[in-house]
Every structure is written in C-alpha cells, then in structure tokens.
Design a binder for this molecule. Structure first.
Ligand SMILES: Cc1cc2nc3c(=O)[nH]c(=O)nc-3n(C[C@H](O)[C@H](O)[C@H](O)COP(=O)(O)O)c2cc1C
Length: 316
C-alpha cells in the first residue's frame, strides 16, 4: 500500500487542483487550501520571476498549507532554472513536472526535503521518473484536459500499479464524486483535477470561456496540434472548426526541413499562446478554449469550495 497523497502533503483530502496554463491563480490555491485540498500553478502563468515570487508570498500570507508549482521541464523552457530557483528560495512544498526529464528538479527539491510529482502517460516513463527519485507520478489518462494520454483511467492505473512502487495520482475525466471514488478504488493514491475548476467563480478567465464549458459537451472536445505542436485538447468552436486542428500546408512543408523545423515550432508556439491568451481573457472571435471531456458533466459555475465539497462528499 502506498500512502495517500493527503498524508504525503499533510492535507485532509487527496485532491489537487491541477495546474492549468492561463487559468490557475493565487485565489484558486487559497480556496483549495481552505477546503482541505491543495493546488498547483504553472510557473509560466507569471511573466517574470518577480511576479512568481509575489504570487507565492500572497498565498503564504493568506493561508497555511502546501503550495505546488508546475514546471515544464523540456529543453524549450528557457526559464526553468530561474523559476526553480525562486521556488526553492520561497520553500515551495511540491512540484509537478511535465513534458521532459525531472532530474534537476528532483535533485534540487529533495535537498530541501520537498516533494516532486511527475506527469506520466505510460509505465515506461513512470519507471524512469521513479528511478530518478520522484515521490509520486501523475497518471494522465485519455480523458484529461490539456496534453492528454492515450490510456483509459483503468488501463494506466493497472499498468502503473504493476510496475512502480510510489503513489499514483490519477488525472483526467474527474468531474464528480463518483469519478473521484472510482479512481481511488482503482488504486490511485489521490487525484489531480483541472477542467471542472475552470467553471468556478474564482477562475480568472472570461465568462464566455466558463459558459462554453456548460454549453459544449464531451463530443465537442478535439485534439489540436496547431497551438504548440504538442497535441492539446480544445473545444470545437466554429473558429476551431474553420481553422482546423492540424498545421496548414506551409507549416507542414517548413516542418520537413531540419533548419526550419525549430523556427516553425517557435512561430507556432508564440502564435498559439497568443491566441489562447486572448481567447481566455478577452472578447474575440478567435475562440480557442482548452478543456477536457469532463465538461460533459458541468452544469453551472460554482464557488471552488462547493465544487470540492461535491467531489469529496463520500470521503471520510
Ligand atoms: C486549460 C488547461 C490548461 C492546462 N495547463 C497545463 C499546464 O500548464 N501544465 C500541465 O502540466 N498540465 C496542464 N493541464 C493539464 C492538467 O494539469 C491536468 O492534467 C488535467 O486538467 C486533468 O484532466 P481534467 O481536466 O479532466 O481534470 C492543463 C489542463 C487544462 C484543462
């Protein structure tokens, strides 16, 4: 038996509000802590290290409890070392790493006795991060919002239970208590939940984005590679339908040439992030909203404390 992440983190419920680019913010973390859970914010949600530091201090001064920061650990994240340095100085309690090798984060965080949870989509990668010393893995399944995995919740939990010995946190498709209970019953030591918290009073995104989570359903979620090159789930709005979910022929042609491939990726990334940012916060016809299929079960916009109370209602 691996310990519940509630014990690992010193919180009441084994629930993390998942890190969400552009969406997660200090208010959401504070509300999670007040409700006996925790949350993580992507470091990239802050333009500078000074803003990241201010955000961490704001949470600390408002509420006791463990705070998480999400770090993208692939080579294209030029800010990694600087963001990590701020987090270490500010005593961040746990890290969620995604899209690369967590080696540097694990080594540095462990020197201070802090925890590192690594996103994984299969056993092969989970074994690698376990060897590197990860404290838990986040099993991202095929119902997750963002960069979803390929395996169903049960498939990935079974695969991981048979190969690693550290706690497994299930991520993807959790919208109500029954989903959370099913993940724990299937052997997860906790859950990481994103999409349903976008439809919260506290999420800093536009009302239009929140309303879309109610109006659209699971059948409207599609994968796009247009935003960053890495497949990501978005709502199939008329704009997404019109512009497609794959790079256009110019982008594809450029991708074939080694020298241009890197440049193309950068252009795609910058353009994609600009679109996502403006769709999340402004009124624009370019509606590109990231969300997972759990929007199927979203019926209203609620305060975070109510969403959490609903999710954990069967837990002791
Ligand atoms: C809008 C949105 C943005 C996300 N941004 C990130 C991110 O910046 N870093 C990351 O590791 N995961 C990101 N994710 C994935 C979540 O951390 C989490 O794995 C996922 O939301 C779980 O699935 P669910 O949405 O069905 O609950 C994002 C997900 C969504 C919906």
């Amino acid at each position: 038996m691996t310990p519940s992440i509630a014990n690992l983190l010193g919180i009441k419920y084994p629930l993390i509000i998942a890190p969400m680019f552009l969406v997660s913010d200090t208010k959401m973390v504070i509300e999670a802590l007040k409700s006996g859970c925790t949350a993580a914010i992507p470091a990239l949600n802050y333009r500078t290290q000074a803003e990241l530091r201010t955000a961490i201090r704001e949470i600390r001064s408002a509420q006791k409890g463990p705070i998480g920061i999400n770090l993208i650990v692939n080579k294209s994240n030029m800010r990694l070392s600087k963001d990590l340095a701020v987090c270490l100085e500010e005593g961040i309690d746990f890290y969620i790493t995604s899209l690369g090798s967590p080696k540097e984060v694990i080594e540095k965080a462990h020197k201070d006795g802090k925890l590192v949870f690594c996103d994984v989509v299969n056993a092969e990668y989970a074994l690698k991060v376990e060897k590197l010393g990860a404290d838990a893995v986040i099993a991202v399944n095929n119902e997750a919002g963002g960069h979803a995995g390929k395996l169903s919740m049960i498939e990935i939990l079974n695969e991981l239970k048979n190969s690693i010995h550290i706690p497994i946190i299930s991520a993807g498709g959790i919208a109500e208590a029954a989903d959370l209970n099913a993940a724990l019953e299937a052997g997860a030591s906790g859950v990481s939940v994103g999409t349903v918290f976008i439809a919260s009073d506290e999420a800093p995104v536009s009302q239009e984005y929140k309303n879309a989570l109610i109006e659209y359903g699971a059948k409207d979620i599609v994968m796009t590679t247009k935003l960053s090159g890495t497949p990501c789930t978005v709502i199939k709005t008329p704009y997404v339908e019109k512009t497609g979910t794959e790079p256009n022929w110019i982008e594809k042609t450029m991708n074939r040439y080694k020298g241009l491939k890197k440049l193309m990726k950068m252009i795609l990334f910058v353009r994609g992030m600009k679109k996502l940012r403006s769709a999340a916060f402004d009124f624009t016809y370019k509606k590109v909203w990231c969300a997972g299929p759990s929007i199927e079960k979203i019926k209203e916009i609620r305060p975070i404390r109510v969403i959490i109370a609903d999710l954990v209602r069967d837990l002791p």
